[in-house]
Design a protein. Sequence first.
Length: 181
Amino acid sequence: MGALIATLALHVTRWLHAGGTGYVAAMTAYSAGSLTGGFVAQRIARRTGRVRALLLGGAVQTGSLLLIGSVGHLSALIAGMLLLGAMNMVWNVNQVTLMQQRSPAAMVGRVSSAFRTASTSGAPLGALLGGVAARVYGLNGPAFLAAVLFTPAVTALIPARRPDVPVVAREDSVASAPPAW
């Protein structure tokens, strides 16, 4: 994500030729999507289970990144940023909840701290990779790079689609309740 965010202004202003107004529209869409995702994250987890919610969030984020990188139109960027923001919240809410549920009570603070440190300290490297991708592959390259980097994380969750694979500890009412399809 650092790769995309670091080069988003260039993506909007130079590749899409949408200027500052286009950048504001893209970031507003991302913010609106994030707020929406925060409201629906728990509902999605109740319907699908937490790991399946991660799978959905990651798959939609990957698709959004591919849309952002491949369609050279501001409306596609806005739609992609809206979905990206929403599913980023679905991903984050369920990922943090799983981390907290799976960590021993005495270690939750340390595990959370290590997790946050690892995830935020990677942002500068992502920004650097985004700059390299933009230089080598063009201004839409960082969106494709982010999609490529999401793919292994999402792929690792595919076995969770099967109902016989235990995905969360039994005391999690969200995961143990049958899906309400």
